[in-house]
Write a protein that binds this ligand. Structure first.
Ligand code: NAP
Length: 269
């Protein structure tokens, strides 16, 4: 029940009306018995929105496109990895002090590590945008050997150089030479459901394939990877796990991850 004790949380983005974050968080808060509510805020002026967080004592905020990097100068403190990634998807308001975190990398790594031991693995990472950047930093933490491909090659070169990884062109000469493939681009996202950057023939059954796109849940890449006998991980895993990590930052408690996935699956299907 919402009353005078209710703690307010939310997501800031623009556009934001499609966001699944309210489903993740309101369900988790309810099951955890917390007197808390989570709303979506379509933000036009970031400085004013940040004043609102402080002024109204909003307890925690998720940050999404296009504010993940723009938010940094407004924060009082930055978690070390978020500082390295230069992207924040989570703000915790500690008595008026805004602290920035990045749970995208944690969610992606946790999703991968449910299925594969990453230590010493060769990972082919498609993309060099915000999500790819967060995942690349996570893979660096795990000591993976990473190859980065991107449609705009210079962005892949820059990211690879920054992390001591290798850049590869986004074309495949009949082989993949990797243990794990991660699509961190928007390719295959609805309405482009029939798009995949990877030719089906080069998907060997030994490769674990993760697609972080979650609309649709079974992207063309994942459908073809399954047909080739690969182990697959869909975008719902990362989405649920990055959200669960946010709940833990805000409340100090772990939510029930399987229930979050159930809520998301229902919303997406
Ligand atoms: P972003 O910063 O805008 O980056 C987009 C990336 O996708 C860039 O590397 C871009 O290449 C590439 N790209 C876009 N369309 C492409 C196409 N048709 N062919 C080849 N490459 C293409 O976006 P983002 O925040 O990284 O998000 C990327 C995707 O991940 C989105 O679909 C988003 O919904 C999803 N995502 C999922 C989660 C999750 O929890 N599951 C979390 C974050 C994001 P260029 O550099 O050449 O433009």
């Amino acid at each position: 029940m919402i009353n005078a004790e209710t703690q307010l949380y939310g997501v800031m983005g623009n556009p934001v009306r499609h966001s699944l974050s309210p489903i993740i968080h309101n369900g988790a808060f309810r099951r955890m018995g917390l007197n808390a509510a989570y709303l979506a805020f379509e933000v036009k002026n970031l400085a004013e929105a940040v004043s609102g967080i402080k002024g109204l004592g909003i307890r925690g905020v998720s940050v999404t496109i296009p504010f993940k990097t723009q938010i940094i100068p407004f924060l009082d403190q930055l978690d070390e990895v978020a500082g390295k990634i230069q992207a924040v998807n989570t703000i915790c308001n500690e008595g008026g002090k805004l602290i920035g975190y990045n749970t995208d990398w944690q969610g992606a790594l946790a999703a991968l590590e449910q299925k594969v031991d990453l230590e010493g693995k060769r990972v082919l990472l498609l993309g060099a945008g915000g999500a790819a950047r967060a995942i690349a930093f996570g893979l660096k933490v795990r000591g993976c050997q990473v190859f980065i491909c991107n449609r705009s090659p210079q962005k892949a070169v820059d990211l690879a150089n920054e992390l001591g990884f290798v850049h590869r062109p986004l074309s495949f000469n009949g082989r993949m030479d990797a243990d794990v493939l991660v699509n961190a681009t928007s390719a295959g996202m609805s309405p482009n459901d029939e798009e995949s950057l990877v030719p089906k023939e080069i998907l060997a059954k030994e490769v674990t394939v993760m697609d972080i796109v979650y609309k649709p849940l079974r992207t063309k890449l994942l459908r073809e990877a399954e047909e080739r006998g690969c182990q697959t991980i869909d975008g719902l895993e990362m989405l649920a796990l990055q959200g669960a990590a946010q709940v833990e930052i805000w409340t100090g408690k772990k939510p029930e991850i399987e229930k979050i996935k159930e809520d998301l699956r229902r919303a997406l299907e």
